[in-house]
Design a binder for this molecule. Structure first.
Ligand SMILES: N[C@@H](CCC(=O)N[C@@H](CS)C(=O)NCC(=O)O)C(=O)O
Length: 204
């Protein structure tokens, strides 16, 4: 039977709501690693375009990044990376569901924004990390990254995955903003990430 699906969604490129001075540069990095076709929709923070009723229908938190793929709306940077890695299996950026590496992969993806990022923010803001908050102090978070990286070159050995986009982007931000890590293995990891052609380009 001939069937017309949602015509507006068919063939439309994904839309990434974007500002170069935001975490949306990480989602753009991921889209480029996937080889995805997409459109950037510029969002002007000064004009508060991220707080309009239209945008809040995409991300109710009124923040970047946000991705629209046909009828799918995805917000939170880690969720966008997870979504894209699964949408583009040919890019091999994620262990398959059911594979032994999948659990560690999911853990690292969530860890990036639930622990590493707030620990980094505490260090930058010079505030004490209280254990009740749900994340560890910055030095412990760095120990975790070092341990998980091992000999590298990436978190899954020779295999570059979306976990490197998420954890790696935090390590790149660290170099820009936080205190020096004093961790040669993490510094070398950042150098390897910065050498990748599609690496995020904050502000650019
Ligand atoms: N946990 C969120 C954080 C999103 C976030 O805070 N985005 C910032 C830009 S980097 C933003 O949109 N700030 C504008 C605002 O809050 O008004 C994620 O990882 O996506």
């Amino acid at each position: 039977m001939f069937c017309i699906q949602n015509e507006t969604a068919i063939g439309e490129p994904m839309k990434l709501y974007f500002n170069p001075h935001s975490r949306a540069v990480v989602s753009k990095w991921m889209l480029d690693e996937c080889g995805a076709e997409y459109e950037l929709v510029p969002i002007d923070f000064l004009k508060r375009e991220h707080k309009t009723p239209e945008f809040l229908k995409i991300n109710p938190a009124g923040k970047l990044p946000a991705l629209v793929d046909g009828e799918a709306k995805v917000f939170e940077g880690a969720a966008i990376c997870l979504y894209l890695a699964d949408k583009y299996p040919q890019a091999r950026l994620a262990p398959k569901s059911g594979s032994p590496e999948r659990g560690r992969y999911l853990s690292l993806m969530v860890y990036s924004t639930s622990q590493l990022e707030p620990a980094m923010a505490d260090r930058m803001l010079k505030v004490e990390t209280l254990p009740q908050r749900g994340w560890t102090d910055f030095d412990t978070a760095l120990n975790v990254v070092e341990e998980e990286l091992g000999k590298g070159p990436y978190l899954f050995g020779d295999w570059f995955t979306a976990a490197d986009v998420m954890i790696g982007s935090m390590c790149i931000w660290m170099r820009r903003w936080a205190a020096p890590t004093g961790r040669p293995a993490i510094d070398a990891y950042v150098e390897r990430l910065l050498a990748r052609p599609h690496v995020m380009k904050p502000g650019g």
